[in-house]
Design a protein around this ligand. Structure first.
Ligand SMILES: Nc1ncnc2c1ncn2[C@@H]1O[C@H](COP(=O)(O)OP(=O)(O)OP(=O)(O)O)[C@@H](O)[C@H]1O
Ligand SMILES: [Mg+2]
Length: 166
């Protein structure tokens, strides 16, 4: 399965989807998040942190101003927000290549702002705001591993599945 369309009717459901992603992540996974301001990207990342068993006291917020946060858990999570990033060079200076190869996972908000930052692996989740509380989340696989992850999400989050493709 290379694409999956989900419907999350509350913040809680989006976090629950994130929690499953966090539980299913393995070393080297990459997830890109797109969607307008307030779509729910960080909300999903908060769920991912729970799924990665990040300590209760660790705050996951939009790292817009710091661009990158390293969050320890079952796997180390590199959480990036490219909203204010202008080039791949700027990301390279932060050590983006090392993050990709760190044996942890990378979760990148606004990844489309620097298209060259999107590796040929993992999943892109595009969040669309349908109304105040409802979000449509389209997950697209970039490789075989991404397809496997999407397949697992479809089974675990069957209640949220809106439509499916092969
Ligand atoms: N179904 C839902 N899923 C996620 N968030 C929701 C949902 N319904 C309402 N919300 C609200 O939408 C907002 C999402 O904010 P969030 O910071 O996650 O967005 P974002 O996409 O990271 O924005 P930014 O680009 O500014 O970082 C929160 O205030 C949250 O409570
Ligand atoms: Mg955010």
């Amino acid at each position: 399965m290379s694409e999956l369309l989900l419907l999350c009717r509350s913040k809680r459901q989006t976090q629950s989807l994130g929690r499953w992603l966090g539980k299913l992540f393995i070393a080297g996974d990459w997830l890109g998040l797109t969607g307008e301001l307030g779509a729910g990207k960080t909300c999903l990342v908060q769920g991912i942190a729970q799924g990665l068993e990040v300590g209760e006291g660790v705050q996951v917020s939009s790292p817009t101003f710091v661009i990158h946060q390293m969050i320890p858990g079952r796997l180390l999570m590199h959480h990036l927000d490219l909203y204010r990033v202008e080039s791949l060079d700027q990301l390279a200076e932060l050590g983006y290549e090392e993050f990709l190869d760190s044996g942890g996972v990378c979760v990148v908000e606004w990844c489309e702002i620097v298209p060259e930052s999107i590796p040929g692996r993992g999943v892109i989740a595009s969040i669309e705001l349908l109304d105040e509380k409802t979000r449509q989340i389209r997950m697209r696989a970039l490789d075989e591993r991404g397809r496997a992850l999407i397949g697992q999400i479809r089974r675990r989050c069957a209640a949220y599945v809106r439509e499916r493709w092969k």
